[in-house]
Ligand binder design. Structure first.
Ligand code: SAM
Length: 220
């Protein structure tokens, strides 16, 4: 697997995430997790900020975190989670879980950073049971053309310092293009820090129709 290590970003993010949560992200996380049940996979769990917020109907969370520093913090936080959590070293593009094994996958502020959204979303479809839920909370490309252009220009530099984050991804479009059926989506502006301009965010759930069918290779 690619080594997805961002030591400086990881330490800065771990220090900042508490303030982000107090600004409103914790409430957004709770909204995205409400209603989940059964076996859940969380991709890019970071420090595990969502761990105390899982509802009791969730029986187990497999939390993927490729960054060594953040995974260490997440492992500590798993001990005080509201439900059983196992933290593993893995990326969203290669989820260590069986086909059709999960009731839900949670993506919180991570589809902006995965290297390949289409691969990650196909992998999420693979691990979800048919009818399973992708629960997402993500910042996305602005609908305002000038702002979107500014996000395009800023992203190469921003990503270098912010763990590969893209400011300009149309994540809802990618979720739809990957074959998910969006069930409920809200779009809103949210400033991640006191001095940051508001960014467009989306929050909602989408249903998987089942794994992407594999191309058949007929014997010659
Ligand atoms: C902005 S942080 C968000 C962390 C957490 N989900 C949250 O909401 O607080 C982005 C996270 O995505 C992780 N990440 C980056 N690329 C990834 C990938 N390909 N697969 C899984 N996680 C990834 C990073 O290590 C980091 O933990």
């Amino acid at each position: 697997m690619d080594r997805l290590q961002h030591p400086l970003f990881a330490r800065a993010f771990a220090r900042a995430v508490g303030a982000l949560d107090r600004r409103g992200a914790a409430e957004h996380r709770s909204r995205v997790l409400a209603g989940l049940h059964g076996s859940v996979i969380e991709i890019g769990a970071g420090t595990g900020s969502s761990f105390p917020l899982y509802p009791p109907a969730v029986t187990h969370v497999l939390a993927l975190e490729p960054d060594d520093y953040l995974r260490g913090v997440a492992e500590e936080n798993a001990a005080t989670a509201s439900v059983p959590v196992t933290v593993v070293d893995a990326a969203a593009e290669h989820i260590p879980a069986g086909t059709g094994s999960a009731d839900a996958v949670v993506a919180s502020l991570v589809l902006c950073s995965v290297r390949n959204q289409a691969e990650a979303l196909a992998e999420i479809r693979r691990v979800l049971k048919p009818g399973g839920t992708l629960a997402y909370y993500e910042h996305v490309r602005s609908n305002r053309p000038l702002l979107a252009r500014a996000e395009d220009l800023l992203t190469p530099v921003w990503g270098r310092f912010m763990g590969g984050c893209h400011l300009n991804r149309d994540t809802l479009g990618a979720i739809t293009a990957a074959g998910f059926i969006v069930e409920g989506n809200v779009r809103f502006n949210f400033a991640v820090g006191r001095l940051n301009p508001p960014l467009a965010h989306i929050l909602g759930t989408a249903t998987s129709p089942g794994p992407v069918p594999q191309a058949r290779t007929d014997p010659a």
